[in-house]
Design a protein around this ligand. Structure first.
Ligand SMILES: NC(=O)c1ccc[n+]([C@@H]2O[C@H](COP(=O)([O-])OP(=O)(O)OC[C@H]3O[C@@H](n4cnc5c(N)ncnc54)[C@H](OP(=O)(O)O)[C@@H]3O)[C@@H](O)[C@H]2O)c1
Length: 331
C-alpha cells in the first residue's frame, strides 16, 4: 500500500486527507515508481480549491491526489518499457492531466519519465523539475531570452520567480524583480535580479521605466495575476511582450485587443499543459533543464522541506504568499 494525499471535495487545505492506496501493477508502457521527494506547486493549490484555469480545472477527476512532479526509483516495469529498468532513478514534471504525485508510490507512463543525474539530490530535483520545465518554455519559446534583454519579473523570490531570474540572468538578461515585502528582497537579489522593487512600497511601473531609461522592458513575466497584471503593460516597451503564466492573486480581467494597439504590445498566456503535451517536446525540454541544472545555473539546497504528513501546512504556507523558493514533500 502507498500513503497518498487524497482530495474528495474542493476546498481549503483541510480537504486533503491521508489514505492508503494500492498503486497496482504497471500496465503496458507504465512503470511503478517508489517516490522519494515530491514538489509542491501553486498549481496544486489552484486545483485543490478550484481556481485553476477553467479548461484545466474541468478535466480534474474526483477524488484526486494533487501533485505534478516527483523523483523516485523504478520498482517495476510494464510490458514494452525498454528505456528503463528496475532501480533506475527518474523524475517527472508533468503539467495538467497527470495529477497524483502526492503519494509514496504510483504508476506512471514511462515515456513521461526522464533520468535524474546522481549529482542532483532528491530534494533539489523535486524542487526544480516542474518549475524549470515551465521556465524553459517561457524563456526559450514564448520569448527567447538573450544577452542584453530587460525583463520585469513578478514574485521574483517565489518558486518560479527564483528559477526564472537565475536562468535569465545566466543568459545575460537584466532582471528587474518585484516582491511584496522587504524580507524577500535579499532572496530575489541572490537569484540574480539586478534590481528588486517592493511593489507594496513603490510604484513598480514608474521605477521600471526609470531603470530602463524611460523605455520599458522587453518582456514581463507575470504569475501573480489580477493584483499586478494589468498595470504591468505600462512597464513594457513598444512592441514588447507580456507573458502571463499564473494568477496567484486571482484571475485577470479580459484584455481587449485594442488596448494593445497603441504601443503594439504582444500578449500570451503560457500553459505547461500545452507546451508539454507532446512527449517529444516534453523530453526535449527536460534534457535542456537537466543540462542547465548540471551546468550549475541554479543554486541547490535552500528549499522548504516538509514530511508528506504535513502537507496541509505546506499548502497553508504557500497560499499565504509568504514563502520564498520551492516547497518539497518527503513521503
Ligand atoms: N502556466 C504554467 O504552466 C505554470 C507552471 C508553474 C507555475 N505556474 C504559476 O506560477 C505562479 C508561481 O507558482 P509557484 O508555485 O512558483 O508559487 P510561488 O511563486 O512560490 O508563490 C506565489 C507568489 O505569488 C505572490 N502572490 C501575490 N499575491 C498572492 C496571493 N494572493 N496569494 C498567494 N501568493 C501571492 C507571492 O509573491 P510576492 O509576495 O513576492 O508577491 C507568492 O510568493 C503561480 O501562479 C502558478 O500557478 C504556472
Amino acid at each position: 500500500m502507498a500513503k497518498t494525499v487524497l482530495v474528495r471535495t474542493l476546498g481549503g487545505p483541510e480537504v486533503m486527507e491521508m489514505v492508503d492506496i494500492d498503486p497496482g501493477k504497471p500496465g503496458p508502457g507504465e512503470v511503478l515508481l517508489r517516490q522519494t521527494a515530491i514538489g509542491v506547486n501553486f498549481a496544486d493549490v489552484h486545483y485543490r480549491r478550484g481556481t485553476a484555469p477553467p479548461h484545466s480545472q474541468s478535466k480534474l477527476p474526483m477524488p484526486f491526489a494533487p501533485g505534478l512532479e516527483a523523483v523516485g526509483y523504478i520498482e517495476a516495469v510494464g510490458e514494452g518499457v525498454t528505456q528503463f529498468k528496475i532501480g533506475d532513478r527518474v523524475g517527472y514534471a508533468t503539467a495538467s492531466y497527470t495529477w497524483g504525485a502526492y503519494t509514496e508510490a504510483r504508476l506512471f507512463p514511462a515515456d513521461r519519465c526522464f533520468p535524474v543525474p546522481d549529482t542532483i539530490s532528491d530534494v533539489d530535483a523535486a524542487a526544480l523539475l516542474y518549475r524549470t520545465i515551465t521556465v524553459q518554455g517561457m524563456i526559450r519559446q514564448c520569448h527567447v531570452v538573450k544577452e542584453g534583454d530587460t525583463i520585469l519579473l513578478h514574485a521574483a523570490a517565489g518558486g518560479v520567480g527564483s528559477i526564472l531570474s537565475q536562468w535569465a540572468s545566466h543568459l545575460g538578461a537584466t532582471v528587474i524583480g518585484t516582491v511584496s515585502a522587504q524580507n524577500k528582497v535579499e532572496r530575489a537579489l541572490s537569484n540574480g535580479c539586478a534590481h528588486v522593487i517592493v511593489h507594496t512600497e513603490e510604484d513598480f511601473v514608474a521605477r521600471t521605466r526609470e531603470l530602463t531609461g524611460g523605455k520599458g522592458v522587453d518582456v514581463c513575466y507575470d504569475g501573480v495575476g489580477i493584483a499586478l497584471f494589468h498595470k504591468s503593460f505600462d512597464a513594457i516597451r513598444r512592441y514588447g511582450l507580456m507573458v502571463s503564466f499564473g494568477q496567484a492573486s486571482g484571475m485577470m480581467e479580459p484584455v481587449a485587443p485594442v488596448d494593445l494597439q497603441h504601443e503594439g504590445l504582444y500578449l500570451t498566456k503560457f500553459s505547461g499543459g500545452t507546451y508539454n503535451e507532446d512527449v517529444g517536446e516534453y523530453q526535449e525540454r527536460a534534457r535542456d533543464v537537466m543540462a542547465a541544472i548540471e551546468a550549475g545555473v541554479f543554486k541547490l539546497g535552500n528549499h522548504l522541506v516538509y514530511p508528506m504528513s504535513e502537507v496541509k501546512q505546506a499548502h497553508i504556507d504557500l497560499e499565504s504568499g509568504g514563502t520564498v523558493g520551492s516547497l518539497v514533500l518527503i513521503p
